[in-house]
Design a protein around this ligand. Structure first.
Ligand code: C5P
Length: 223
């Protein structure tokens, strides 16, 4: 069984996916971290965004793996564990949304997504194009959103935890930029499919959202 979770940046997708996974005993794959890993490796190797050939060469020798244990996702790049704080930096966030616009990068990530779904009988996959492109036939499809100020405050708190202090106005600007890039790109744009369930997390705690979603899932499964 596949649960597909899509939505805007910092809407709570990742926290919801991890908590749902923990409670339901599903494997969890956060696909944004995979795009972030590609961006981080490019930064580490000083590969320019415009240099498609170098990016392709880099990907051909890259092994990006995602693990999920006890409600925590960890990412390794070429066998080395990568701290989430590094993957979640402002620089990596911005580059990941840009590099995600390249078809060959999406193809590379798609093969990881399909391999993971083959490996795990029950999986929650979270991202931007999961219910629309990667797993359109997923049994449950959720689209998560929240108002921009709520999302920016959550993102600002994550930056703060990672030692980056950023003004709220700047976080709002960054989120709007990433939403725009995700919605307007030609390939696999962020959309809500007609079969997705919309969840607004603006006024909810994580527990409230997850409880509501678990109720929705059992309603759908008992139909
Ligand atoms: O979800 P997260 O913010 O970690 O994702 C980082 C970036 O990766 C997003 O801004 C988006 O551009 C890209 N992404 C994507 N498709 C996905 C997941 C993430 O394009 N399925």
């Amino acid at each position: 069984m596949i649960i597909a979770i899509d939505g805007t940046s910092s809407s709570g997708k990742s926290s919801i996916a991890k908590e749902l996974g923990r409670r339901l005993g599903f494997h969890v794959l956060g696909t944004g971290s995979l795009y972030r890993a590609v961006a981080l490796k490019m930064l580490n190797l000083s590969i320019d965004l415009s240099d498609d050939e170098m990016i392709k060469t880099m990907l051909s020798t890259s092994k990006i793996e995602s693990h999920f244990e006890n409600g925590v996702i960890s990412i390794s790049i070429d066998g080395i564990d990568t701290p989430m704080s590094t993957l979640n930096s402002q620089e990596v966030s911005a580059l990941s949304a840009e590099v995600a616009q390249k078809p060959f990068v999406r193809e590379f990530i798609r093969s990881i997504q399909h391999a993971e779904a083959e490996k795990h009988q029950h999986i929650i996959v979270e991202g931007r194009d999961i219910g629309s492109v990667v797993f359109p036939d997923a049994e449950i499809k959720l689209y998560i959103d929240a108002d921009i100020v709520t999302r920016a405050k959550r993102k600002q708190a994550t930056y703060h935890e990672n030692g980056e202090d950023v003004k709220l106005e700047e976080v709002i600007r960054q989120l709007e930029q990433r939403d725009k890039e995700d919605r307007e790109r030609d390939i696999s744009p962020l959309i809500m499919t007609s079969t997705s369930i919309f969840v607004d997390t603006s006024a909810e705690t994580l527990d409230q959202s997850v409880n509501k979603i678990i109720d929705l899932i059992s309603e759908i499964r008992n139909k």
